[in-house]
Design a protein around this ligand. Structure first.
Ligand SMILES: Cc1cc2nc3c(=O)[nH]c(=O)nc-3n(C[C@H](O)[C@H](O)[C@H](O)COP(=O)(O)O)c2cc1C
Length: 195
């Protein structure tokens, strides 16, 4: 692959809980984006420590808010990973989205879930797609649902269930296709006037 074909696809990690199981899953997702020849990084909402969205003066100058908007602004696509909390995606993800302005517009997003149960956070990822649409982002159909999270990775973050690799790679490949198509579209197709 030639350098100009390389895309930047960050992984937004939506769990800040002590002992969070999503951390290894997010690193794994970023590693598979790398294996496909693209640049990635884990955007850890715990490290960004975003304030609760309040529109207070200077909020947009918060280092975490600037970092989040900067990384999404540079991205060609993004992959969002949320555990399921009370049948939804996490509050920190919603707060992060509330801080975003135009950085996701007309870019593809993959919403992925994780849970301790068998369904792997499908309610979190489906709900997240609906919210991301409001950002003018383009959620793709496919997701990874990391089920039975306790048994997915060892203490060093090695994947214990190799069957997930194929699913992750499918989602990465779909995201890359949409990223290329929408990048071409943003560069060449006039955006409709909104009255
Ligand atoms: C506040 C809270 C609410 C949860 N609600 C659900 C739920 O509705 N459905 C579910 O399958 N698992 C639920 N779980 C279990 C989590 O999905 C599981 O603990 C998962 O590991 C959380 O991801 P994390 O470790 O990255 O924070 C909940 C966990 C927490 C802490």
């Amino acid at each position: 692959m030639v350098a100009q074909d390389q895309l930047f696809i960050p992984v937004i990690l939506g769990s800040i809980r002590e002992g969070r199981r999503s951390l290894h899953a997010a690193s794994y997702l970023a590693s598979r984006i790398g294996a496909a020849g693209h640049a990635s990084e884990v955007v850890d909402l715990k490290e960004l420590a975003l304030p609760m969205y309040s529109e207070e003066d200077g909020e947009e100058l918060h280092a975490g808010v600037r970092a989040l908007r900067g990384v999404l602004g540079r991205s060609d696509a993004s992959l969002w990973l949320s555990p399921e909390y009370n049948h939804s995606f996490t509050g920190v993800i919603k707060n992060a989205i509330d801080h975003v302005d135009t950085e996701l517009r007309r870019k593809p997003v993959a919403a992925c879930g994780l849970s301790g149960a068998a369904h792997g956070g499908v309610r979190a990822s489906e709900g997240l797609k609906v919210v991301l649409i409001e950002m003018h982002a383009v959620p793709i159909r496919d997701s990874v649902h990391f089920s039975e999270a306790r048994h997915l990775f060892d203490a060093d973050g090695a994947l214990l269930r190799p069957e997930f690799e194929q699913r992750v790679d499918l989602v990465v490949n779909e995201l890359v296709w949409y990223a290329r198509a929408l990048k071409w579209g943003r560069d060449t197709v006039p955006v409709p006037v909104r009255r």
